[in-house]
Every structure is written in C-alpha cells, then in structure tokens.
Design a protein around this ligand. Sequence first.
Ligand code: NAD
Length: 255
Amino acid sequence: MLMEGKTGFIAGVANHRSIAWSIARSLDREGAKLALGYLSDREKQGIEKIVDQLDNPPLLIQLDASDDDSVGRAFDQLSNEFERIDCLVHAIAFAKREDLEGRYVDTSRDGFHLALDVSSFSLNCLVQAAEPLMTQGGSVVALTYLGSERAVPRYNVMGVAKAALESAVRYLASELGEKGIRVNGLSAGPIKTLAARGIKDFSTMLHLHAERAALRRNVDVEEVADTALFLCSSLSRGITGEIIFVDGGYRIMGM
Ligand code: NAD
C-alpha cells in the first residue's frame, strides 16, 4: 500500500461532500494513519457519523486556521498523538458571500483581509507548525482553482486569494526542499461542495466546464482525491512547487 506507515493531517473536512473527506478516504485506503481538521463542533458531529467509513480510525482535531492559538493547540494535539507527520493537506477557503456575488472592484478591505487570511495565509501558518513534525521530509498539498490566473466571474476575491496561495506554494517549496519537504498545489475543476455553494450560479459554472473541457465532462471528487494521494505518496517524490490541474483538460482549451 502506498501510504503504509505514513501519517497525515488533512485540514478542511466539513462534511461527506468535502474534497478533504475524499482525500482522507484515498489516503486511508492506502494505509495512512490520519488526523482530520474541522472548524466547528457542528461539523465535528457530522464527521463523527461518517468516520467509520475509514479503515483506520482518524484523530479529529478542531482547527481555526485564522487563530494562532487554535493552530497551536491543534499541532500540540497532533504531536502528542503522532511522533511525526508525513503529509499535510490544506483544503481551507473562505470569503464573505457578498464578495462572491458582485464585482471584484467592490471588495471591502475587511472582506479582502478575511479571504486572504483564511484562504492563503493559513497555508503558511499550517506549514510553520507542521515543519518541526516533518522530521523525515514530507509532502504538503494545497487545494486551488483556476480563478487564480483567469478572471472567473463571481470568483472575485477568492481568485486573488488563490493567486497568493499558489505563489506561497512556490516560496514554501523553494525553502523547504532542503529538508525533503515538498509543497504542491492541486487545482481542481468545479465540484459541488459546501464552499462551492457560496459561489453564485455555480451550476452554470459546472455546465460550462463540462461543455468546454477536453474530456467534455466535469471531474469527480475521487479523481481529485487520487491525485492528492499521488502528491502525498512517494510516487511524486521528484515533484515540488507545481500546480497540478485535475480539471478534465479545461485549462488547455483555446476555444
Ligand atoms: P468545503 O466547504 O467542504 O471545504 C472548505 C473547508 O474550509 C471547510 O471544511 C471549512 O470548515 C474550512 N474552513 C473555512 N474557514 C476556516 C478556518 N478559519 N479555519 C479552518 N478551516 C476553515 O469545500 P471544498 O470545495 O471541499 O473546499 C476545499 C478546498 O478546495 C478549498 O480550498 C477550495 O477553494 C478548493 N477548491 C474547491 C473547488 C470546488 O469546486 N469545490 C475547486 C477547486 C478548489
């Protein structure tokens, strides 16, 4: 099994639709021992009902990535339970609903700070905390979207946050490579999740994506999860600082 003897922390599980949950299932299937990060007690209650679908019972850790104390407590808990971690998955994003509806130009200072803090700086924050635990090197995977490099209507400030996240992937990869820690972004095509519901007209996005992607369909969450598994496993040991697209070939199309 690809992840036998490996441990991982997957941050951003909200429910059974979360990309993070599917990634947990892929890594668990390949033998990883996991900790899952959730934001609130409400999410925890839902996760407790589905964790028995995993072969190895995971550790559940409360984590608010915008709060340094919460991140500190989460990693204390993690280091008490695991002597090291081998992979970290960042599947966290948030922006105010009003900033995902109107025009990007109307984004407020507060809305900008919130989106960038929760969706981009959180990666730095988690990697800072994870670095001392990645004693045998490791792999960090951050979920991102094409709105980072293209102006996608209504993705707005989240696109700017994803651009910062992807840039952070490259800086982190360049600095942590000497410790054998790899950092990559995984850019997924649109998938119906809780976060996606915050984007107005998301179903139009799905429809257009399926029509225009090279594969002429949307991607499913297991395809994204299995690519995360590849990036977490030693199969991808020569890859770092990259943004890997799992979008059915949407990005390569010119017309
Ligand atoms: P989701 O709603 O299931 O996951 C988003 C997670 O972010 C939730 O678990 C939420 O609790 C967490 N979160 C929000 N604020 C947080 C905070 N302050 N601290 C800690 N966690 C916080 O939706 P998803 O679509 O699975 O999103 C996961 C990642 O995938 C996000 O980065 C998203 O931008 C990215 N992504 C999603 C799509 C898509 O179409 N769904 C496409 C490309 C990339």
